[in-house]
Design a protein around this ligand. Sequence first.
Ligand code: BTN
Length: 259
Amino acid sequence: MEFLLPGRKAPIIYESCLESTNRSLKEMARQGAAEGTVLIAGRQTGGRGRLGRRFASPAGGLYLSMLLLPGCTPEESLSITPLAAVAVRRAVKACTEAEPLIKWPNDLLLDGGKLCGILTEQSFDKKGLPRLVLGIGINVNTVGLPAELGAASIIGSTGRETDRAALAARLIGELDGMYALWRGNRGFFLEEYRAHCSTLGRELDIIQNGCRRRGRALGINADFSLKVEYPGGAREDIRFGEVSLREAEKSLDKTGRTR
Ligand code: BTN
């Protein structure tokens, strides 16, 4: 099914089941899909996550990818993923009773569990300009996710079903609006990201290339890297990898502490 929203040039395409919306949209991009094209699936059989992982995508979730052709260098487009985290937070807050927090670099947490994952995949056109496929998976009305995933869902937290079409429309509106502003200022949402980032001030394990180090999150830099301090006092800006809250800190997330 294909939809056009008033004032929006690119289509929104819905399929009940796909292997991966990112994978299909990448293929559509190779065949000339317009910037802003959105592909949504009711479920995915091979949802892709960061670092080569799978993203469990049963019915009840929102699985959405958007094609962006920003015409800038890969470094300049690095803030697209944090932009999406802020857009998801805004859309979920507007459409539901849930208020997720951002976990650096690009997960959203609810009640301490993972509510949403974001995967931006980049390829290049014949002129060498980047094509970005921004993929977002949100556990909306999802039930029965395996406990070992540490996942949260909107229905699990609020006890209410969410209208996924309304949430998707709001999210697309937020992404369109923020992306238009981003073209003029790549960091305009930095303060909003910082204000809702639950990672700051926390004791973490920093995991990079299979190596795990203990540190404390001091802040988010202007380029959205994470400033950490190691036990001896040395500081570093972390640009890739992931962080995991140390055990003692996990219970704090469930009591609603945000910093
Ligand atoms: C992560 O948390 O590791 C990122 C998960 C990203 C999942 C979304 S769901 C829509 C899009 N299609 C995919 O195959 N992956 C992304």
